[in-house]
Design a binder for this molecule. Structure first.
Ligand code: ADP
Length: 552
């Protein structure tokens, strides 16, 4: 079917020309190449070709002009011309028709199409010999009117070729579409895998108790975990939106040591490689946080931001403080009674003493040993509280009975103080552990007496109010300075003054009282004025059921 022809290629790009001539020669055609329009005309005048294939876009004389020149030449007019056009605009078709081209081929061309188009042209050329009919028609395209005078056959060829192109473009589009759909599905699968990974990462992040936040290289937050978001709610100053610099400023405003916090954070803001740890206290809520930070890199080890890990270390801090306090208190409070036990025991051993003196010494030893036992018990109680092993076994009791017992006991021991008890006539029923309730009352009474070194009245009263039993122990002793009132219930805390330093104590009594009262669902507090005295009170829920049960 292949018709061998003599073809002239007009193409300013030598590479394109070489490719095309190679293709044509492979199909058996004879090929000449011209680099521009003028060369092409000269070559044709020397020897006419069976077909001219010309590029449209060429310098000086473009493909249309060349085509016009060929078509208007007396001797060359019959040589068919195929334009190579990118066909990016319908105008290209009009322009091709106007210049008298026989057909066009869309660039980049498909080899099969190119060859079949050439063979069509060569065939129809032969069929067309003879009957030529010029038609003139106006074509409107994008609002412009174009006038075409072409041979009918040429227009027909163009029409068919255009359809062919459309069909080919459709095919190409369909292939592209299928490709896109496959790619889309791939992307979707990839996206799902990535999402899964993100979910796993997130779950791992959120499962931890450390508060983790990531900021990008500009210091803007871009990731945080559940623990971090919980922390935000609890601690003033931290925000989710602010930049790192803004957060540093906000936190330093609420830190106990703003200067220290800022100077730790300074290199963190300046140097993206900075790595470090810092512990700081939040002033108003007296809680400690440990901040650890380091740079974060991606898989290619490029710096992408910074990780910030915050952990509350209040409990650790507290434990450390307790340890120091404990050692200080133990060394002081155990040493004094131990020294007198040892001292008097040595005296008893070393000397011949009369009976009365010996007895006095032995009594002192016994007193001091009792004091030691009390101290050890307090320490053990405290330890149990610290370990959360502070179990209560409440039973129905009348708080009035306990108050009467304790006041009586203390009255007989301390004659320098006048103890009074003011109780309502009805019983004060409640659910409680009798030993623990006695411990609280004894502690408050002992403090009232201890911290009134000059003697004086100690008034105990109890009343029932609105379902609550309220007990108050009032003394007219040293009182507690305003500045130290806040810490009175803190373990190991003792008011620091010349008067109180003379008086022995561990600072554990009130801490224990508070634990016991709170474990019974009550609350404890005091009013005090320095030099005037103190009133310690506690309130507990009255349990009428307790009374009827005890009455059974
Ligand atoms: P301790 O009496 O062993 O020191 P507490 O926990 O019972 O320990 O009391 C803590 C501190 O509170 C005491 O050291 C004392 O300074 C102060 N305090 C307690 N009760 C009174 C009171 N009734 N009057 C004045 N100060 C008191």
């Amino acid at each position: 079917v292949n018709r061998i022809a003599d073809i002239l290629i007009v193409e300013d790009s030598p590479t394109q020309a070489a490719l095309l001539s190679h293709l044509l020669e492979r199909s058996g055609h004879r090929v000449r190449v011209a680099g521009n329009g003028q060369e092409a005309l000269a070559a044709l005048r020397e020897r006419a070709s069976d077909l001219v294939i010309t590029d449209v876009v060429m310098p000086e004389m473009d493909g249309y002009e060349l085509c016009e020149a060929i078509k208007s030449d007396e001797t060359l007019g019959e040589v068919p011309v195929i334009l190579l056009t990118s066909l990016s605009d319908p105008q290209d078709v009009i322009r091709s028709l106007q210049c008298g081209a026989d057909n066009f081929i869309r660039k980049p061309y498909d080899e099969r199409y190119l060859l079949s188009r050439i063979s069509n042209i060569l065939t129809s050329r032969e069929l067309r010999e003879g009957g030529k009919l010029q038609v003139g028609l106006a074509v409107y395209l994008a609002g412009d009117r174009h006038f075409i005078t072409s041979e009918r056959q040429q227009i027909l060829d163009f029409l068919l070729s255009t359809y062919e192109e459309v069909a080919q473009i459709n095919e190409e589009l369909a292939a592209k579409n299928a490709e896109l759909e496959a790619r889309q599905a791939e992307l979707e699968a990839e996206r799902e895998r990535a999402q899964e990974l993100v979910n796993v990462n997130r779950a791992v992040l959120d499962a931890g108790t450390d508060c983790i936040a990531l900021v990008d290289i500009e210091g803007k937050p871009f990731l945080n975990n559940a623990a971090f978001r919980r922390l935000l709610g609890e601690f003033p100053g931290l925000t989710l939106e602010g930049s790192l610099a803004e957060n540093v400023a906000a936190v330093s405003a609420v830190a106990s040591d703003p200067e220290g916090f800022r100077s730790f954070c300074h290199p963190l803001l300046e140097d993206p490689e900075f790595e470090g740890q810092y512990e700081f206290e939040l002033r108003d809520i007296r809680r400690w946080l440990r901040l650890a930070t380091m740079p974060v890199r991606d898989a290619s080890s490029a710096l992408i931001g910074r990780i910030i890990v915050l952990r509350e270390v209040t409990a650790e801090r507290e434990a450390e403080r307790l340890k120091t306090d404990l050692i200080a208190t133990v060394s002081h409070e155990l040493r004094t009674p131990l020294a007198s036990v040892l001292g008097f025991a040595e005296l008893l051993l070393a000397r011949e003493l009369d009976e009365a003196t010996s007895r006095r010494y032995v009594e002192t030893i016994a007193d001091q040993a009792k004091r030691l036992t009390g101290l050890v018990n307090d320490f053990l109680d405290l330890q149990r509280i610290e370990e959360g092993a502070f179990g209560l076994t409440p039973e129905p009791l009348d708080l009035g009975d306990i108050l009467r017992e304790e006041v009586e006991l203390f009255s007989s021991q301390f004659t320098a103080h006048v103890l009074t008890l003011d109780l309502p006539e009805e019983p004060l029923p409640m659910m409680g552990e009798p030993n623990r309730m006695s411990q609280v009352v004894a502690n408050l009474l002992s403090n009232a007496i201890k911290y009134s070194p000059e003697g004086g009245p100690v008034d105990v009263s109890a009343r029932e109010d609105n379902g609550l039993i309220e007990v108050a122990v009032r003394d007219q002793g040293l009182g507690i300075p305003d500045s130290q009132q806040e810490q009175v219930f803190t373990k190991f805390f003792r008011v620091d003054s010349t008067d109180t330093r003379q008086i022995g104590g561990t600072g554990l009594g009130l801490a224990l009282c508070r634990q016991i009262i709170e474990a019974h669902g009550g609350e404890i507090g005091f009013q005090s004025a320095e030099g005037e005295g103190s009133t310690f009170w506690f309130r507990l829920p009255r349990e009428p059921a307790a009374a009827s049960r005890s009455g059974e």
